[in-house]
Design a protein. Structure first.
Length: 842
């Protein structure tokens, strides 16, 4: 181990000369410059525009009260920090000078040759608002405007009647890509902000669902009908279920369970749906709601209403037809009790009372049984109750967020959270160059198997449950590190006013605990020539979706070497059904009377790549054995692999079905741009997935998820093919409004075109006892990497100043070379743990 006294820090001469140049150019004193710069040695100048720009950032210093020690080489930093007493003062000290010199800096940067970068950065920053979700104010304005149009006849959505015209959902309507690019690349005017509004017209003879584009924001003056590809109509029965409809479902369940009160009371050991206090039943409705298009009949299962009720099914399932807009006309079509089917509740009750069916009696309910809860139990093997490691930013954040615009280590992007499907990234750039126009979540499904009717019917298609709107509050220190920046989100779904989701998105930089690169160069004589290493820091943008029982954690990660990762981690309660011996073909018994049902999770992403421009091509790479005479020993043969590249010219040849072997590499590149070594500049998509298809091609519900046929499909960008799924697929997967198969049917040319990669990832989940109480995230993360492949001339993380090199000097003592001040100390947060848990209307 290297002791303090043995460490010598080398300060960069180049840094000092840059400082002098800046000082001259800006006519400011040396102290201000040296405080604001990181020492640089052997690094080509100039600094990039974003890094200089960050010096003027005011966002960062939001946490006070931590006094971190900064060791030797950072004398100037630590001195100012200690004198000032906190880090904010240091940054403000710098900022004050920098702000007044901002214009001068711009001029200087132009002279340093980064004009384009800065210009581009400003346009990206300016353009990010095109992708920003609607503000509560805009939502109010759109609602008021539409409610003011008498011909629509809109009334409050919270009214319990189903026969009403009301707004179901409101969100940003994205601008067309070419219009957005004109603003992002050429500085032309940004397109008008617009809202997409879904209206249910139920107060009329022929009810329908219509989508509108309301424009312009913030003061709307018009609304026009929004159509889907092929102008497919939206079937009324395909609409999601609202709270109003759920209240009627609750009503009919009260009637059903009143009839079956005695049966339920006896079977469950004292639980009932009505008039209960601490022995209550609740329900889970599953989807799709029928067997063919136009139906709306749902299997509903009863569960004990205790903490973690998802894994307390009681063996009673009922099929309710709720298609009629008059709930008085809803009917029970089937009942399932202890593996027996009945046509009516009355038939079930009669046979139960007569004793002509197989009765079931659950084991006595034990209030002390912690089974489905988070309460710790068992012997703790941790020898102490002190806290584990925590993530700290000893000198403050290194990323910058302004609204929905994020910058970090050369990366920049805009984000939003779509109400239907969730997190989206736009205008993703590295060092000012666009890599992707959009990377976004499209759909998440879980298709189940089981022995009960609810289990065999469950095919969850979660955009239909508005999975973008269920991004509840994130807990600091658990869901995101304490140091994360939390952002609120607003959604307008099944409501009459915007709903605030506090701290629903977080951004943080973390260390992965793994070097990005390292090498120990042994001299093979007990010593070394040099050691070189670079810490791996990554920026994470995270939201979650709690889709009833399940929790998805959605991450986009940005690495310093130009790699971007998309990852989903699954946790929360399993969807479990009543145990029957037959059920063991479909999962594991996880409790006295509970089966964890097998299911496959599939997630679909849209990756609209723009690799150094819009015109891109796509190829796959495989290896093939070659066999030839050994040129240096003729009686032998050489067998080795050679690279075989396949250019995919048409959409259908670039659609890779799950039942076919997937290529080793899939590579997107700009055929018109080469790196220093003559290779076309490109990115590859690398999968981290264990997915497979969930139903045979063309089989009923499979038509709704035709994207899931393909691990990867590559299409030409079209504004009319903006999403691969819709909020309507869940309740009508048989004749979907959006069918991905339509995107590739015309088999267009994909050479030197604007390409979109559609990526399916996922995994099979066979629940097991350790899924109790919740599925855990380790091993349950899948996703993909966007990795540069000959895009740069060398690893772009070489620009990181966090590199450390150690070499023995002439006397053999370690000489440390570094470009950032060394830091020791600990600062987590000065805020106690806080969680609010509400999501109010605003
Ligand atoms: Cu699962």
């Amino acid at each position: 181990m290297v002791r303090d006294s043995e460490v010598r820090i080398s300060w960069g001469k180049e840094f000092q000369s840059l400082g002098a140049a800046l000082e001259k150019a800006l006519l400011i004193n040396r102290e201000n410059i040296t405080h604001s710069m990181t020492p640089v040695r052997n690094i080509p100048l100039p600094l990039t525009a974003p890094s200089l720009w960050k010096l003027g950032s005011t966002e960062g210093m939001r946490r006070e009260g931590c006094n971190c020690l900064v060791r030797a080489g950072s004398v100037q930093h630590s001195r100012v920090a200690h004198r000032a007493g906190n880090r904010s003062t240091l940054r403000e000290h710098i900022t004050g000078h920098m702000a007044t010199r901002c214009c001068c800096l711009l001029v200087l940067l132009v002279t340093l040759g980064t004009c384009d970068g800065l210009h581009g950065r400003d346009l990206a920053h300016h353009g990010a608002s095109m992708f920003a979700d609607l503000t509560p104010r805009e939502m109010h304005d759109v609602r008021d405007y539409l409610h003011g149009q008498p011909e629509l006849g809109l009334t409050a959505s919270q009214d319990k009647t189903l026969k009403k015209n009301s707004i179901l959902l409101m969100e940003l309507h994205l601008p067309r890509k070419h219009e957005a690019l004109r603003a992002l690349d050429r500085g032309q005017a940004k397109p008008t902000r617009q809202a997409r509004v879904i209206v249910q017209f139920a107060n009329q003879a022929e009810p329908n669902i219509t989508e509108y584009i309301v424009s312009p924001l913030p003061v709307p003056t018009s609304y026009t009908r929004k159509t889907f590809k092929g102008d497919k109509p939206i079937k009324f029965e395909s609409r999601p279920i609202t709270m109003a409809e759920y209240s009627h479902i609750n009503d009919i369940l009260e009637k059903i369970t009143a009839k079956a009160h005695n049966l339920l009371f006896e079977s469950t050991g004292g639980f009932s749906f009505n008039n209960c206090t601490n022995r209550c039943l609740t329900f889970t409705d599953i989807a799709p709601r029928g067997l063919e298009s136009g139906e709306r009949r749902t299997w509903i299962m009863l569960q004990k209403f205790v903490e973690g009720y998802f894994i307390h099914p009681v063996g009673f399932e009922v099929l309710v037809n709720h298609k009629d807009l008059d709930p008085e006309r809803w009917t029970v079509e089937k009942v399932w009790y202890n593996s027996q089917y009945f046509d009516t509740v009355e038939e079930l009750v009669e046979r139960y009372e007569k004793g002509t069916l197989k009765k079931v009696k659950l084991p006595d309910h034990d209030d002390e049984d912690l089974y489905s809860t988070y309460i710790p139990r068992g012997h703790s093997n941790m020898r102490t109750d002190i806290h584990g490691p925590k993530l700290v930013e000893p000198q403050g954040p290194r990323y910058h967020i302004d609204g929905n615009f994020v910058e970090y280590a050369g990366w920049s992007f805009a984000f939003r959270v779509r109400s239907s499907a969730g997190l989206q990234i736009f205008d993703l750039r590295f060092n000012g160059e666009r890599i992707a126009y959009e990377v976004s979540l499209q759909e998440a499904i879980a298709f189940y198997s089981g022995d009960t009717p609810a289990a065999m019917q469950t095919k969850y298609i979660d955009a239909g449950w508005a999975m973008g709107t269920v991004d509840y509050e994130l807990a600091p220190g658990i869901d995101c590190p304490e140091i994360a920046t939390f952002r609120d989100l607003h959604h307008y779904y099944d409501t009459d006013k915007p709903v605030l989701f506090k701290n629903a998105l977080c951004v943080f930089e973390m260390t992965t605990g793994m070097p990005l690169r390292r090498h120990f160069n042994s001299n093979f004589q007990g010593g070394y020539n040099f050691y070189g290493g670079l810490e791996n820091h990554v920026l994470v943008v995270r939201t979650t979706s709690t889709v009833y029982n399940y929790d998805y954690i959605w991450d986009f990660l940005f690495y310093q070497n130009g790699v971007m990762e998309s990852r989903v981690s699954a946790t929360g309660y399993i969807h479990a059904t009543f145990f029957t011996p037959n059920g063991l073909q479909y999962g594991s018994k996880v409790y006295n009377y509970v089966l964890g049902n097998l299911h496959t999770h599939l997630i679909h992403y849209k990756v609209d790549l723009d690799i150094a421009g819009r015109e891109n091509s796509f190829e796959s790479m495989n290896l093939k054995y070659v066999n030839f005479t050994n040129p240096w020993s003729h009686k032998y043969s050489i067998v080795q692999s050679k690279l075989v590249k396949t250019q995919h010219q048409k959409e259908r040849s670039a659609a890779f079905r799950f039942d076919k072997k997937f290529p080793r590499y899939v590579h997107f590149y700009n055929p018109n741009e080469k790196n220093k070594w003559g290779h076309q500049r490109g990115y590859r998509i690398q999968y981290n997935s264990h997915a497979n298809s969930v139903l045979p091609r063309g089989w009923r519900e499979e038509n709704g998820i035709s994207w899931s046929r393909y691990q990867l499909a590559v299409t030409r960008h079209k504004d009319s093919e903006s999403t691969s799924s819709s909020i309507y697929t869940q309740n009508d997967p048989w004749e979907p409004v959006v069918s991905f198969e339509d995107f590739i049917r015309n088999n267009e040319n994909i050479t030197n075109q604007d390409l979109v990669a559609w990526v399916t990832v996922g995994f099979l989940h066979v629940p097991h006892s350790e899924d109790i109480p919740n599925t855990a995230t380790p091993g349950n993360s899948v996703g993909f990497f966007l990795r540069p492949f000959n895009f740069f001339d060398e690893d772009p993380s070489l620009a990181s100043r966090s590199t450390v090199i150690v070499r023995p000097d002439t006397e053999g003592k370690p000489k440390v070379q570094r470009w950032t001040p060394e830091v020791i100390g600990h600062c987590v947060t000065d805020k106690p743990f806080f969680y609010n848990g509400t999501y109010p209307g605003v």
